[in-house]
Design a protein around this ligand. Structure first.
Ligand code: NAD
Ligand code: DAU
Length: 332
């Protein structure tokens, strides 16, 4: 039984990870989360008290972080400002949480000798052309495009420096786009599902030819657990599940699965600097750590996700109006 500290555990992937740990290990989880607009305590409400506790707080609060690091064996760092569109509107919270927050945690990891896993994104590598046969690997040069991805790239580089300079026992993972339950309605797939549930039309940025490499959040969780258990200190692992889809196809699949006309969506203003394509080569994770994805059928995963949003309107409805007002003001 390990004592784990999960930062950002009230967010989308952190809450899926916490559920995954409780279901698949004997470990005890402490979640540290600031409960920003993106955090939702009800995502954790079904977890048993003897396996889990929640601490509300900021990862930049050095004394709180110090006291928590003294009580755990390992830290899995998910907390971040995570949405590209928000980072285009106001980059500052991204610099505060993603860079200064990660710095605060690394300093605590150094003081306490705690095993540290840093959760990052494939967006640090920039984007690929649509017809490029290559995919991102652990040796692809960093080339982030947005304020969000540049702060995640910065945080990755801090982790690498703290490993080399101070001997912090850290690993890094860079994952592709996640989907599944508990994802905020600002993100692409939940936004379209909840639009249809509300009788609104889905919104596609620009031409919709942009490609994302989709992975179910539970597969991301099992990969992070494999890295925590068997990853080599100081190393980076890319996480992906061969899930490339262009945005137009995803919107049309959602409409079809929800019994609507596949063409019943609107083209809206494109995202500034919109990355064209992400694609992960997960060979290292598979061959060195023996990981494989469970959710291989995207349509089935999407259908289950649609069912989850249909059955959990009380979870997402409080955020829907303010999210749509934000997009409407930008013509999106
Ligand atoms: P999210 O926005 O859903 O959740 C982020 C959580 O962090 C929220 O609960 C929020 O309250 C918390 N938080 C924010 N600032 C904080 C602070 N200063 N102190 C403490 N808690 C704070 O994000 P997500 O989509 O679950 O992403 C989690 C992590 O995974 C991020 O690091 C992100 O970069 C990475 N990631 C996400 C994806 C994806 O597809 N969503 C893919 C690859 C990597
Ligand atoms: O690749 C990993 C990244 O995936 C993570 O690091 C980020 O935290 C996560 O938010 C996600 O970033 P994206 O920008 O790719 O995700 P988003 O859900 O915002 O958008 C997915 C694609 O859909 C993108 O090409 C923009 C497009 N889009 C998005 C919205 C919200 C639309 O066409 N319409 C929309 O309404």
């Amino acid at each position: 039984m390990r004592r784990l500290l999960v930062t950002g555990g009230a967010g989308f992937i952190g809450s899926n990870f916490t559920h995954h740990i409780v279901a698949n290990t004997e470990d005890h989880v402490t979640v540290l989360d600031k409960l920003t607009y993106a955090g939702n305590l009800s995502s954790l409400q079904s977890l048993p008290d003897n396996r889990f506790r929640f601490i509300e707080g900021d990862i930049r609060d050095m004394s709180l972080v110090d006291s928590l690091f003294a009580q755990v064996d390992a830290v899995i760092h998910f907390a971040a400002e995570s949405h590209n569109d928000n980072s285009l509107h106001d980059p500052w919270p991204f610099i505060e949480t993603n860079i200064l927050g990660t710095y605060t945690l690394l300093e605590a990891a150094r003081r306490h000798g705690v095993r540290f896993h840093h959760v990052s994104t494939d967006e640090v590598y920039g984007d690929l052309e649509l017809d490029d046969p290559s995919r991102f690997t652990e040796s692809t040069p960093y080339n982030p495009s947005s304020p969000y991805s540049s702060t995640k790239a910065s945080s990755d580089l801090l982790v690498r420096a703290w490993v080399r300079s101070f001997g912090v026992r850290a690993t890094i993972s860079n994952c592709s786009n996640n989907y599944g339950p508990y994802q905020h309605v600002e993100k692409f797939i939940p936004r379209q599902i909840t639009n249809v549930l509300r009788g609104e039309r889905p919104k596609l940025y620009g031409s919709g030819e942009n490609v994302r490499d989709w992975i179910h959040a539970d597969d991301h969780s099992s990969a992070v657990l494999a890295i925590l258990d068997r990853g080599q200190i100081g190393e980076t692992y890319l996480i992906g599940a061969d899930g490339e889809q262009d945005n137009r196809s995803v919107i049309e699949r959602i409409l079809t699965l929800m019994g609507q006309d596949a063409k019943a969506y609107d083209h809206v203003a494109d995202r500034a600097g919109h990355d064209l394509r992400y694609a992960i080569d997960p060979t290292r994770l598979r061959t060195e750590l023996g990981w494989s994805a469970k959710f291989r059928d995207f349509d089935a995963g999407l259908a289950a996700t649609i069912d989850w949003y249909r059955e959990n309107e009380s979870w997402w409805a409080p955020s829907k109006d303010s999210t749509e007002r934000f997009y409407a003001a930008k013509g999106q």
